[in-house]
Design a protein around this ligand. Sequence first.
Ligand code: ZN
Length: 718
Amino acid sequence: MQQAAKHLPKEFIPVTSSIRRIECSKAWSQLASREQLYAYYLSRAAWEGSKICYFQRSYEAPALFVLLQLVFSSKLESLKVRVLGAGLLEQQWRQMLAYSAAVFQNCGNYKSFGDTKFVPELDAEAFKTIVRASENYEMHKEVMDSILEQIEREVFTEDEPFARIGFRDENNGTTSYYSSGVTSAEAKMVDEWCQSLSISPLNTRLFKLTATEYELRIASQLSDPSATPYLKTYEKGGKKLHVRGADFADVMSTVVAALRKAKEHAGNDNQRNMAQAYVEHFRYGDVDQHKESQRHWIKDVGPVVESNIGFIETYLDPLGARAEFEGFVAVVDKETSAQFNTLVEEAEGLIEKLPWAKDFEKAKFSKPDFTNLDIVAFACSGTPIGINIPNYDDIRMDFGFKNVNLGNAYPVPTAATTQFLSQSDVDLNCRYTKESLTLIVALHELLGHGTGKLLTKDVETGELNFPQDLKNPFTGEEIKTYYLSTETWSQKFGKLHSGYEECRADSVALFLMQYDEPFHIFFPDRQSEWDDIHYAGWLGILTSSVKGLQYYNPEVKVWGQAHVLASWAILQAVREGDPSVIQIEFCEKDGRDYFFLHVDRSKLRTTAFKALSEFLCKLHTYKAMGDFDAAKAFFDHYSQVDDEMLRVRDIVLAWKLPRGLELQPNLFLDHATHEVVYKDYEDSFEGVIRSHVERFPDSFQADVWGEWVKDAKALRYD
Ligand code: ZN
C-alpha cells in the first residue's frame, strides 16, 4: 500500500535556527531616570507603530499577528501540555514555535531579508490543533476560526504568486502596499501623478476602486483637509485619484499619545521640537512635518538617548516609493563614538582620495553626527547594523544627516557558521569580523551614503548647480541628463536605486580601506594587524556576495535583496578586471558537492583595487549625472549570474544555514514607582515569542483586527 505524499515545505524556519540576542542592559543602567522615561515612551511609539509593518508585508500578515498573539499570550508551558495532550509531537510544537517566533521577528511571513515567503514546517492540521488548544480559543473562537479560514491558503502555499513580494505582472509576486488589482504600470502612473502634485508616497498605500478610480491612503490619526490641504480628489485624463487620510488611524493615535509623553521627558529643545513635529506628522499625515522632525533631529547632536521614527526605507515596496514603518531607540556608547567622530573630522581628506572628479562631489561636506549606539528597541521587520538617515535629498543637502552604528546588533561568526573558505581564512574571518565590520560600516555610512552630488536644475530659476560646460567624463559630450529640483534620486532611479546605492556605499568602504588613515583612527596600537583586518574586510564582502546567491532568482533573473546585490556587483567587477583574483574550487565535502572560494590576497591592493576604482567611478558619476539609462545598462551588466556561479548557487542553497532570529529586550513602566524596568528574555524561540507578546499587553489586538477586516477583500489575490 502506498502512502500519500507528505507535504514537504521548501522554505520553513528550521528548529535548529539560532537566536541572536540584542543586549543593552549595561548601557541602559547608566541612564538617568528622566532619560529612561524618554526612551520608554519613544519605544512605545515605535513598537505600536510597528504593527503597520505587518500590513505592509502581506495580506495575511496582520491576521497572523492577531492569531499568534492570541495563541501565545497565556503561559507557554501550559499550552505545550495541552498541545501534547491533543496528540501532537514535541517536534511539531517546536516547529510551531520556530515559525511563530519568525513571524513576530519579520513582522509577517515573508523574510525581511530577501522578501521571500516562509511557511510552517508542521502541516495545517497540526497548526490548527495548536491554535484550538490555546486558552484564548474559548473566548475568541469566532475571530480565530475566521482567521484560520481566511488565511490558510496564504500561510501554507508556496506556489506563485504567494512565494515572494512583488507585482504580479512583474515577478509573479504579491504586495500589500497595493490592493490586489493594481498593476505595476498603474502604480507607476499614480506615482508620477503624485509627483506632479507634490504628494509624497512614503506613508501611503494605493487602492484601486474601479477601472478608472484610485484611492491613495495616507497614514494618519485624522483626515483633516484643513491641516493637510492635499486631501482631495484629483482628475486627469478620465481618471480619478482620491487622496484620503486616516489610514491606520487607531495605531497612529496610540503612536501620537506615546510621542506626547516622550516630549514631556525630552532633554532639550531639539528633542521637544522633534517630538512635536512627529506628533503633527502622525496626526495629520503631512510628510513635510516629518521633514521638520528630521531637521530638529539632525540638530540634536550626540544625544544620550537616540531615536528615529517614521516611514523611512523603501526597500519593501516593489516600486521603491513607499516606505516601511520603522522606529528605534538606542543608548549611546561614548567610547566608540569618539573614534567615529574622529573619522568625521578627517572625512574631507578621505573624500579627496575617492576616484571621481571634483565636479561630481558636493562643494562642502556637511559633517554629520556619527555615534555608536546600543539598541534597546528596533521596531521594524529586522535590525540593521548601521543607519544613515534621513533619506530626504533636500534635507541632506541643506541640513546634513546623521550616521549611527548599531554596535550591539552585529552578527558574531563562528567556525561552524563560516562556510566555503579555507581553514586559515575561516580563522582570520572569525578573529577580525568585528574590526573589519566596524570599519566597513563606518566608511559605508559616512563616506559611502554621505558623499555625492546630484547635478540639479532648479525648476523655478532654471539655475544649474554645476558648470554649464561640464562634460560627461566617459563620452566627452555635454551633460544632458540631470535632476530637476522637484525630483529625488530614488524616484528617478526607481527600483534600481536601492541595490545601486548600497553598492556605491560598499565600494567606497572597500576603496578607502586601501589607505592607512581609517586604521590609524580605529586601531592605532595594532598596526601589525591592519593588513589582516583589510583582508577580512574584502573576504566579508566577497563571501557575502557568493552566499547571497541564495537571494537571486534565476527564473526571473531578479535579486531579492539590495545589500546582497551590492556585494555581488563588486565581485563581478573585480572578476572582470582580473579573473585571477577570485577562484572557485569545486569539490566534495561529506559526500556532497561543495566549493571553496579562494581569494588571491596579494592582488587585492593592486589589480582588484584598480578594478574597484574604475567601477566605483562610473557607478558614482552616472548617479550624479542622473543618467538612468547608462546607469541601468552598467549595473545590470554586473548583476548577471553566469553558469559557473549558478552552480555555486545550487551548492550555497544545499548548504544553507538557518538565519538567526533576533531577540530584543522590553521596557516596562512600573506605575507605582514611575520607574522604567528593563527586561531580558532567554535565548530561545520561547524567549522571542514571550518578548513580542509581552510588548503588547492586550491579548486581542483589536486595532490590528479592525484594520485588517476592513480591507481584507481588496488586498487578497485570486
Ligand atoms: Zn547602506
